[in-house]
Ligand binder design. Structure first.
Ligand SMILES: NC(=O)c1ccc[n+]([C@@H]2O[C@H](COP(=O)([O-])OP(=O)(O)OC[C@H]3O[C@@H](n4cnc5c(N)ncnc54)[C@H](OP(=O)(O)O)[C@@H]3O)[C@@H](O)[C@H]2O)c1
Length: 261
């Protein structure tokens, strides 16, 4: 069994599964959360066999208002201490705001914003009591700029970055660090789930989930506030500081427009 325990939301595929592998390789026991139980347990079994760490799977929908509380209750009932929390589960939705589906967007806000807020709120008291804990929130380079074609998604990530930086500062005296991981386009199921296959965003400079996860883990362990994997991605906040916001919106619009436009 591992030396400490890490809960990872969206741990069944993509960046979350890559993070689960990195934490397990460093001897962490895991609690993995996602909706599809079969997929989640398959990932859990693979990791258990490879690294001989304990893996607990909790199948829950974090886009449901009560999902985060049910995850917390399931962990508490099993008397599992959570030393590190990784809020990774998130989805996007491609399309102009006037035409996209409101219900899908409200669920996205619940998953990308309310769920990390609630899980952080619920798991923090025991970390504060132990005077030890690390939180990794997976935002995106989308957090730094307005995002036409994916306006709500970009806005959820801007919320997550702002919230996380503030809490990281507040928690410094408690010995707890909060790191925000801001990947750019990354190989995973995200693109298809978001319906953004048509977007130019994924045409070039796509990173692999393993490299992104390693950067996130290293940054979290070093207590960094913000981690941006990849040189090209690091330029985005620099450009955002230098350029007027309407110009950033125009560039984002052009970068994300459909390949045939
Ligand atoms: N890929 C990119 O280009 C990229 C770039 C920047 C940031 N990110 C961020 O990275 C994070 C991980 O994305 P990814 O690229 O790894 O996506 P992914 O391959 O689609 O994986 C998403 C994970 O989240 C879980 N999930 C989705 N909806 C959920 C829900 N309602 N409740 C609980 N779990 C849910 C999925 O499992 P189930 O479907 O079984 O629930 C899966 O494990 C997201 O926050 C995303 O915004 C991604």
């Amino acid at each position: 069994m591992g030396t400490e325990r890490t809960l990872i939301t969206g741990g069944s595929t993509g960046i979350g599964a890559a993070l689960a592998n990195v934490f397990a390789a460093h001897a962490h026991d895991l609690i993995l959360v996602a909706r599809n139980r079969e997929k989640l347990e398959a990932t859990g079994r693979q990791i258990q066999q490879k690294y001989a760490v304990g893996v607990t799977c909790v199948a829950e929908d974090l886009a449901d208002r009560d999902g985060p509380r049910r995850v917390f209750d399931a962990v508490t009932e099993r008397r599992l201490d959570v030393h590190n929390l990784v809020n990774n589960a998130g989805v996007g939705l491609y399309g102009k705001f006037a035409t996209t589906d409101l219900e899908t967007e409200l669920k996205m806000i619940q998953l990308n914003v309310s769920s990390p807020v609630e899980l952080t709120k619920r798991f923090l008291p025991s970390m504060i009591e132990r005077r030890r804990g690390r939180i990794l929130n997976v935002a995106s380079t989308a957090a730094f700029v307005p995002g036409p074609w994916m306006s709500i998604y970009y806005a959820t990530k801007a919320f997550l970055l702002s919230f996380s930086e503030a809490i990281d500062y507040e928690l410094q005296p408690n010995g707890i660090s909060l790191t925000t991981l801001c990947p750019g386009p990354t190989e995973s199921e995200f693109k298809v789930r978001a319906g953004s296959q048509r977007s130019r965003l994924f045409d070039a400079f796509v990173m692999d989930a393993e490299t992104v996860a390693k950067a996130g883990y290293d940054g979290m362990m070093a207590g960094k506030s913000v981690v941006i994997p990849g040189l090209r991605n690091k330029l985005i906040p620099v450009a955002a500081r230098l350029m007027p916001r309407p110009m950033m919106a125009m560039l984002s619009y052009r970068a994300a427009r459909p390949s045939d436009k």
